[in-house]
Design a protein around this ligand. Structure first.
Ligand code: CU
Length: 196
């Protein structure tokens, strides 16, 4: 009779040399592992996907203060109680994530460079810029400074993609990118009349 025991090693075949096919597949998997391993540092350097920026510690209170000062300096309007702020090119821009809004709304110019500072007041939030593909973790106590140059005019939405409570789905911010020259934005009217 044959039985398995934790003390007696079971009969096995592991010491027999691997077959040709098995060796081939293990080699392919191993080479692929090395490719992926090399891709990690390579993509970090060459991929162009790393947010360029200045990061620093900031208390939520201090960040709120900076944001309010920024709003006071460059406010141009208001919508649904959220100020619309148009900072000059080259300036430091502040956006605060809090339950459950992005504050304030921003108006920027195409082709101009800014330093966008992001931080949270209360809990972690996710900064997801729609329809552009940009996703960032916004953390209280952490000033995420990004050097940005908007390259496409339009209306952008900031969606919170980090669950932050009952109002999470309503947490929608707004970034407006105005065309570099206003006259260029006026579309030329095509001639409506057609000859037959
Ligand atoms: Cu959220």
């Amino acid at each position: 009779m044959r039985y398995e025991s934790g003390v007696v090693a079971p009969q096995g075949v592991w010491w027999r040399p691997a077959g040709k096919q098995e060796r081939l597949w293990i080699s392919i998997a191993f080479v692929w592992c090395l490719v992926l391993f090399a891709m990690m540092p390579l993509w970090h350097i060459k991929g162009g996907q790393n947010p360029s920026g200045i990061r620093s510690k900031v208390t939520p209170e201090a960040f709120v203060e900076r944001t309010l000062r920024f709003v006071e300096d460059y406010k141009v309007g208001e919508e649904n109680g959220i100020p619309i702020v148009a900072p000059p090119p080259g300036s430091d821009v502040y956006m605060l994530g809090q339950m459950w809004r992005w504050f304030p709304a921003l108006k920027m110019q195409e082709g101009a460079s800014y330093t966008l500072h992001l931080s949270a007041l209360d809990v972690n939030h996710g900064f997801s810029l729609y329809p552009a593909n940009l996703n960032l973790q916004i953390i209280p106590g952490y000033d995420y400074g990004l050097r940005i140059t908007p390259n496409k005019p339009g209306e952008y939405r900031v969606v919170c993609n980090e669950f932050c409570g009952v109002g999470h789905h309503q947490m929608l911010g707004r970034i407006i990118v105005e065309p570099a020259t206003k006259t260029a934005a006026i579309p030329t009217q095509p001639n409506q009349e057609t000859s037959r």
